[in-house]
Design a protein around this ligand. Structure first.
Ligand code: A2P
Length: 270
């Protein structure tokens, strides 16, 4: 079944009130991960770190999943980082998109992984596993993040070494960017680990926090609610376990209407 269409083909078929955007570039990293960039409607506004529903027409019906927007709020295109699930209702099709194909996007972005949901602090930890790095790909390219914090620590843990590539390229591009590089160069730290292959740093982020290795490697004191802030994005289990460690350290969970010391978001797409 071929569910991919061009934007012009969907002009009449797409549901009312939904954007029909055009894929610009697609990059595959592993057999489980890819990213794509697409056009951004001029009326579409969002805050860096938010997610939106994106989808395809499948059997004449739209099917959507929540995706964090990986590009920053100032970017003229929209970027997404996705898992490929062989029999996933959406990603089994989405992984085949090519430049020129159409992607549906609902109009309302939302989410709690935004700078506004954190009270001011000195250092922000962005804890991610797998595709959970996506909202942080947006936030580390936003000057507001560097205005708010002196240190921005992006942790990314994956099963395999090859799955770190998106984040490695992202951080290099961010540091080399003529605009954001100036903000990021003295503040952004990328901390990677791998759990199922040989790598210089092995282990789940939760274990690295608990053992104190994360802080020793970074040369910073353990988590302190007076100065440290956290954002967490990964699987349900990772969210639960990382949140418990931040709470143990005395940080409290915040939301858009009640900023506090850390925020949590689900990143899972099937
Ligand atoms: P592990 O290989 O030990 O399961 P996934 O692709 O399943 O979401 O996993 C992405 C990364 O998140 C893997 O390195 C995985 O480690 C790690 N992970 C899975 N569950 C947890 C958890 N409860 N806490 C912290 N890290 C986790």
């Amino acid at each position: 079944m071929n569910v991919l269409a061009k934007p012009a083909d969907l002009a009449d078929a797409a549901p009312a009130g939904v954007f029909v955007e055009e894929v610009k570039t697609v990059q595959h990293y592993t057999d489980r991960l890819f990213r794509f960039r697409m056009t951004r409607p001029s009326s579409f506004r969002f805050r860096s770190g938010e997610f939106v529903m994106i989808g395809l027409m499948i059997d004449g019906k739209p099917l959507y999943r929540a995706y964090s927007i990986a590009s920053p709020a100032w970017d003229e295109e929209l970027e997404f980082f996705s898992i490929k699930v062989p029999d996933g209702p959406l990603t089994s099709h989405l992984q085949k998109i090519q430049p020129g194909d159409a992607v549906l996007m609902k109009k309302k972005p939302t989410g709690t992984l935004v700078n506004d949901a954190l009270v001011p602090g000195k250092r922000v930890y962005m804890f991610s596993t797998g595709t959970g790095i996506a909202p942080f790909a947006s936030l580390i390219r936003d000057p507001d993040t560097y205005e708010k914090f002196d240190q921005v620590i992006l942790t990314h843990t994956c099963r395999e070494v090859a799955e770190l590539k998106y984040g490695e390229d992202l951080v290099q591009e961010t540091l080399n960017d003529p605009l954001i590089g100036e903000f990021a160069k003295d503040k952004l730290i990328h901390y990677t680990s791998v759990t199922r292959e040989d790598f210089p740093r092995k282990g789940r982020i939760t274990d690295l926090i608990q053992s104190g290795k994360l802080f020793a490697d970074l040369g910073v004191p353990p988590l302190d609610p007076a100065i440290d802030r956290g954002m967490i994005c990964g699987s349900m289990d990772m969210l639960r376990d990382t949140k418990a460690l931040l709470e143990e350290a005395g940080l409290t969970e915040g939301a858009n209407n009640k900023p506090a010391e850390f925020v949590v978001e689900r990143a899972f797409v099937g």
